[in-house]
Write a protein that binds this ligand. Structure first.
Ligand code: CP
Length: 312
């Protein structure tokens, strides 16, 4: 694997999931693979799980890890070509990416959508800027439009906790007081399109995700109907895509309750706002897989780093 920018960069998802589950039995089995190799993690946004699990994955592979909160500690980057840089931005992506490449063997980037300019967000200027100008493989630790490390962890979790050949999996929108990006939902949808599952997306009207991503997926606007006979319910908030970046509903009836969940397993990428997105009783129940999902972030990152190390 050269870069990991989307779940589709994994050639055989089923095999990668099986490899991750095997790796959990002996996480340091490939400790020598990363000897004398360094991964540089650049954060333009906050993180708990991504930061620590990716570090843990690299340590398990014997790598050195450098972490920088680029958004708060680095120079503000310019991404446009030919700009007269006489305003606030002190460094161009061309130099920054090449310089970072000299210090590491893999660079991983977190850079969220700004949710103000759809075209700019979809251009993925930070991730694609590093891909264009860095001389080392690039890993997406959540970009404007995707969170493929989370999606791979979710695929591992579905495999571990599924008891049917073809489970019913529901992705449900939930209310949230702030405008959130589409990245987690987008990558979850992309991952589910690679699964043999009865997959349903449910949300209020106006919260349709990018139709190029949900193309071919079943969309059900009645949340209760969508939940019928579900084996897994994945809850996530996202802002409107058509009225880009706007919160057009905070309808509390869309918060997931125990009654709606029934006997299904509950999934969420975290962090989660209790009693806004999902009721306490669900999160505190044995049906919640959120901690297992977070644990699987280590193994999703480890599989990705391992595949890249093997191709260096
Ligand atoms: N799920 C996830 O990416 O968590 P963090 O934002 O804490 O990294």
């Amino acid at each position: 694997m050269k870069h990991y920018l989307s779940i589709n960069d994994i050639k055989d998802l089923e095999a990668a999931v099986a490899e991750a589950i095997e790796l959990k039995k002996d996480p340091v089995k490939f400790k020598s693979l990363g000897k004398d190799k360094t991964v540089c993690l650049l954060f333009f946004n906050n993180s708990l799980r991504t930061r620590l699990s990716t570090q843990k994955a690299a340590i398990n592979l014997g790598m050195e890890v450098m972490v920088m909160n680029f958004g708060s500690e680095g120079w503000q980057l310019e991404f446009e070509d030919g700009t007269v840089m006489n305003q606030g931005k002190a460094e161009h992506i061309k130099e920054a990416a090449q310089v970072v490449s000299q210090y590491c063997d893999i660079v991983a980037i977190r850079a969220f959508a700004g949710l103000e300019n759809k075209a700019l967000d979809e251009a993925e200027v930070v991730l694609n800027g590093f891909k264009k100008y860095a001389n080392v493989p690039v890993v997406n630790m959540e970009s404007s439009v995707g969170h493929p490390l989370q999606a791979l962890a979710d695929a591992i979790t579905l495999e571990e906790f599924g008891s049917k050949d073809r489970p019913k999996v529901v992705l449900s929108w939930a209310p949230h007081p702030r405008a959130l990006p589409h990245a987690v939902a987008n990558s979850f949808v992309e991952m589910m399109k690679l699964q043999d599952a009865d997959f349903v997306i449910t949300h209020p009207k106006g919260y349709e995700l990018n139709p190029e991503i949900t193309n071919g997926c079943q969309i059900e606007y009645d949340q209760d109907k969508a939940m019928e006979n579900a084996d897994f319910v994945y809850v996530k908030n996202w802002s409107s895509y058509s009225d880009y970046g706007k919160v057009i509903s905070q309808d509390p009836n869309w918060m997931l309750t125990q009654a709606q969940l029934g006997t299904a397993k509950f999934m969420h990428c975290l962090p989660v706002r209790r009693n806004v997105v999902v009721a306490d009783v669900v999160l505190d129940s044995d049906q919640s897989l959120v901690v297992e999902q977070a644990n699987n972030r280590t193994y999703s990152a480890q599989i990705v780093l391992k595949k890249i190390l093997e191709s260096l």
